[in-house]
Design a protein around this ligand. Sequence first.
Ligand SMILES: Nc1ncnc2c1ncn2[C@@H]1O[C@H](COP(=O)(O)OP(=O)(O)O)[C@@H](O)[C@H]1O
Ligand SMILES: [Mg+2]
Length: 253
Amino acid sequence: MTLGDYPDPAPARQAHTASAPLLKVDRLIAGYGDSVVLHGIALDVLEGEIVSLLGRNGAGKTTTLRSIMGLTSPRAGQVRFRGVEIGGRPPYAIARLGIGYVPDDRRIFPNLTVEENLLLAARMSTGRGRWTLDRVYDLFPALRPLRASRGDHLSGGEQKMLAIGRALMKDPDLVLLDEPAEGLAPLVVRHLIEVLREIRGTRITLLIADQNLNFCRWVADRAYVMEKGMIRASGTMEALWKDEQVIARYLAV
Ligand SMILES: Nc1ncnc2c1ncn2[C@@H]1O[C@H](COP(=O)(O)OP(=O)(O)O)[C@@H](O)[C@H]1O
Ligand SMILES: [Mg+2]
């Protein structure tokens, strides 16, 4: 994917080292059945940041997000949200604390309309009152004329927008986004980049799992690079972009 002459990426911001992280994962071990996939993950996300979790297919990005969300039970280690241990809690309880999750398969309701999908999500809102139908439509103008269309009549890009819109309607403080740019046309990706920057301006914190360094470069402040269930590198997006060794070893396909 090329983004052509898209404007310069957001400058990396200084970490507020004084404040406690919004999300803190430490020595997290998780897997499926007998197989261990995550071998001790540690990462921090500070309030207001956009952090990317990069790595090739199979590195463990999705499993990391699922473990934070409680969809895969951690076997050991800590997951702290606002300093409170949430590891082992059920997904609905974690969602209610203000963590949203947009899975890579989007998980919208195909037989419901766009608006019904959004309103259903609003029923699970944390009640902070920041997001309304109108605000979601303002963010994704393409969804407004489709409000009465069924989910399964939407294009892949429209479904991704709806899935993000659904997460916002729950009014979270932190959103975990899995492969948001995957399979989207370059023009749609550009719009998504703008939307993610706008969402950041609304005091929502984002943790984005994506294989695409070029995409993350335009949206994220910092990055963690995963391989084989471990964090192999971390730093500002700017620094990672210039780190040919790390890119060649863990990201180039
Ligand atoms: N439901 C599952 N059952 C068993 N193994 C799985 C399951 N989901 C993922 N895995 C394995 O876990 C590893 C990490 O996968 P995943 O977290 O999906 O990586 P990524 O999102 O970085 O592509 C892979 O080896 C994958 O085969
Ligand atoms: Mg994945």
